[in-house]
Design a binder for this molecule. Structure first.
Ligand SMILES: [Zn+2]
Ligand SMILES: [Zn+2]
Length: 364
């Protein structure tokens, strides 16, 4: 192991610099990960332009790699050995509250608190943090939550564990996708495609994916992953087309992975069958004229979703490892540490048209 660690450090809003940092000491109850892929998601796009309240930091919270160093207590506690491949949960948690024990780490009352434990200006890749994946090595904190990754899975496919975990959470665990069900997915990004795969694996009868005209490539990928029908909502009328495809019946489950806005939520509610379910990602604003009367008339359920539980990511990794899906079509851009800026722009839709899931390979 060399003495320096290369990392992409965010030094100002929307600005990253390559820096060499010292290799940290590893306490008995912690470890060090050799990062092989750090996936980028919408959270990075949102956070990148924000001011740095606490000094420079290393982003990257969807991390996959190989255990490079393990303290003896960590080795025993985690059941890991040096060389093992793992995918990390980005959550920073207490480990003993009801949410942690149920695997819903995102609801731990202490989630993220440890982020505040280290001094401004310190570099979280080498200290306890949820972030830090845009670096050759990442500190594995004592309260680590992780998933094992089989040897044969390519790093960039394993980096889909979190977006596809969200797909399993939303389509299956929350939405009850299953045999005989007709599922509508609005928004064919990395998580929407995760919903397609989870719905397919769950045995859904018909999967329909809707997107904008600029999503035309993503809609093709959705079809390659098992969607039965795709709809460009700027070319075809969503309502008419879904009713046509479902013999006038509508859908059992609508997944709004697009915006949680009136443009997606209102048509989804009108397309749901009686007793149908709408699963919706965090909405950005209240919806004027929300069709509550339809919700009661049709006895609909609406479920807000945020993140995933442990089980969802385990299911996602099994799907990823199965080799059944063309994941090369999803995880299709891999950039180096000096290209973090581009990678985030690609994820924001300001890069090549076909970019869907972008990850950083710190050794590239
Ligand atoms: Zn993320
Ligand atoms: Zn907790």
């Amino acid at each position: 192991m060399s003495s320096g660690v290369l990392a992409a450090v965010k030094v100002a809003p929307s600005r990253t610099e390559l820096r060499e940092l010292p290799m940290p000491d590893v306490p008995d109850d912690a470890g060090l990960l050799e990062v092989r892929a750090a996936g980028i998601c919408g959270v990075d796009v949102h956070d990148y332009p924000r001011p740095l309240d606490r000094g420079p930091l290393i982003m990257g919270h969807e991390n996959v790699g190989r255990v490079a160093k393990l303290g003896p207590i960590a080795a025993k506690r985690w059941g890991l050995r040096e060389g093992d491949r793992i995918a990390l949960e980005g959550y920073q948690v207490c480990g003993h509250c009801p949410s942690c024990l149920s695997g819903y780490f995102g609801f731990c009352p202490q989630e993220g608190d440890a982020e505040l434990d280290y001094p401004p200006g310190s570099l979280p890749a080498l200290q306890p943090s949820r972030n830090g994946g845009f670096s050759q090595y990442l500190y594995l904190r004592p309260n680590l939550r992780f998933h094992r990754v089989p040897e044969h899975v390519p790093d960039e496919h394993a980096a889909l564990a979190i977006p596809f975990g969200n797909g399993w959470q939303w389509a299956y665990l929350e939405g009850n996708a299953g045999p005989g069900k007709t599922v509508l997915v609005q928004g064919p990004g990395q998580q929407g495609l995760g919903c397609v795969v989870a719905a397919r694996e769950s045995g859904a009868e018909t999967i329909i994916v809707a997107g904008l005209h600029r999503d035309v490539h993503r809609l093709e990928v959705a079809a390659a992953l098992g969607a039965d029908h795709t709809i460009d909502v700027e070319r075809d009328d969503l309502q008419e087309r879904v009713l046509e495809l479902t013999g006038g019946q509508g859908v059992d489950l609508a997944l709004d992975v697009a915006a949680g806005s009136a443009a997606t939520v209102c048509p989804a509610i009108s397309l749901l069958k009686p007793h149908g379910t709408l699963v919706v990602i965090p909405a950005r604003a209240p919806i004027d004229g929300f069709p509550l009367e339809q919700v009661s008339r049709k006895s609909l359920s609406i479920k807000g979703v945020r993140g995933h539980c442990y089980e969802a990511v385990e299911r996602a990794l099994r799907t990823i490892a199965s080799g059944k899906y063309r994941l090369d079509l999803v995880a299709n851009y891999r950039l180096g540490l000096s290209q973090v800026d581009e990678a985030i722009r690609y994820t924001a839709g300001q890069g090549p048209e076909d970019a869907i899931h972008v990850s950083i390979d710190p050794w590239k």
